[in-house]
Write a protein that binds this ligand. Structure first.
Ligand SMILES: [Zn+2]
Length: 368
């Protein structure tokens, strides 16, 4: 049975600043930066499996443009949709998968379906749109994914909707990388990127036995709130990349002893360690790991430079299980005294500790 995740991204997304951005996605400096991380462990650890790398694949995607009996508007041209999905979004997935996933396919429509837009009958709409494509002599059966695009309607309380591990996704009047890229991630099976708000006697702290999980608020992952503009969105975390099979075995290191470790930035393919993880042995998250990663303003993360983001000045720490299954991630807020999660990453020189494990980024090398 397919699950469907309802999205309520519109209100938060509309609050994001609409800066002008560069559209040369791959012009960012390829100069490598590393961060050295000092980890102290007061526990016994076991080794576990690492990711198995997937073969490169291309997904066949149909984009179906339709409108309604009461709204015949066509907010995008077929060329715009083609460029967004098979240009920008395909480039995004190709980059974040280190060349292992791209999108190819066709755009159909516009069609006017025999439904009004006044109630959110998205399954009926999709079936009617499929019938219109069939009338034109094409079957959608051979496509891995179908993206349904229609004029914005307030009848649907979401901007994007995607079947988790399924074929269909719906875009409610905002055909952008942030919306469609996120929902496409759900189609691939990927779950949300969240944060933790933890309390100790009513005071917010980084980690405690009293943590609330805050839905898709991770600002540094497209599966959270990591979108910036029509053409920019954050890379996925190393956990999601590992779960997708996009990492080589050498990219993940499971820490089994205290020491100093060096990790390379998430965004660029390397044989080095990009995902450093420490097993958690106690409490609610026992059996999971702290995943430590480092971000730089490369490629689709290039927008970080406009925001001088903390993610590129230290390490991000997320809780997730082994890569063997798709699930949600939970980012730790290392500055819990502020309500914002933008400052969740652990800056160089600061220390996160849960009482047994402590993590301190020592230095970012290569800075000129
Ligand atoms: Zn979602």
């Amino acid at each position: 049975m397919l699950l469907e995740k309802l999205e309520l991204m519109s209100s938060r997304l509309s609050k994001l600043k609409k800066n002008s951005v560069r559209t040369d996605f791959f012009s960012a400096s390829k100069k490598y930066f590393f961060v050295a991380v000092f980890v102290t462990l007061a526990l016994t650890l076991m080794l576990s499996s690492v990711a198995v790398s997937a073969e490169p694949q291309s997904r066949r995607v149909a984009v179906v443009l339709f409108n309604f009996q009461n709204d015949n508007s066509q907010p995008y041209t077929a060329d715009y949709a083609r460029n967004m999905v098979f240009g920008t979004i395909s480039s995004y997935y190709n980059e974040i998968s280190y060349g292992k996933l791209s999108l190819e396919g066709d755009v159909f429509g516009w069609y006017t379906i025999p439904y009004p837009s006044t109630s959110c009958q998205y399954t009926g709409w999709a079936n009617a749109a499929d019938a219109k494509v069939a009338e034109s002599g094409t079957s959608l059966a051979g496509y891995d994914n179908v993206i349904y695009v229609f004029p914005r309607t307030t009848a649907c309380g979401w901007t994007g909707l995607g079947q988790v591990g399924g074929k269909r996704l719906w875009d409610n009047g905002r055909l952008t990388l942030g919306i469609v890229g996120h929902e496409f991630g759900h189609n691939l099976g990927i779950d949300h990127s969240n944060t933790l708000r933890c309390y100790n006697n009513g005071v917010t702290v980084s980690m405690s036995g009293d943590c609330k999980e805050v839905g898709y608020t991770d600002p540094y992952d497209i599966m959270g709130s990591g979108t910036f503009s029509t053409n920019y969105a954050a890379h996925m975390s190393m956990f999601h990349k590992g779960a997708m099979g996009w990492l080589e075995a050498s990219n993940t290191k499971t820490v089994t002893a205290s020491g100093t470790y060096t990790i390379e930035a998430n965004e660029v393919q390397t044989a080095g360690v990009q995902s450093l993880r420490i097993p958690i042995t106690d409490g609610k998250y026992a059996g999971k790991y702290y995943y430590i990663e480092f971000r730089q303003p490369y490629g689709f993360d290039d927008y970080f430079r406009f925001r001088d983001t903390p993610a590129s000045k230290g390490v991000s720490i997320r809780i997730a299980p082994d890569y063997a299954r798709f699930t949600q991630t939970f980012m730790i807020d290392t500055t819990p005294e502020t309500l914002s999660f933008e400052d969740a990453p652990l800056l160089v020189g600061r220390t996160f500790s849960d009482g047994k494990i402590s993590i301190t980024p020592l230095a970012i090398n290569g800075r000129s």
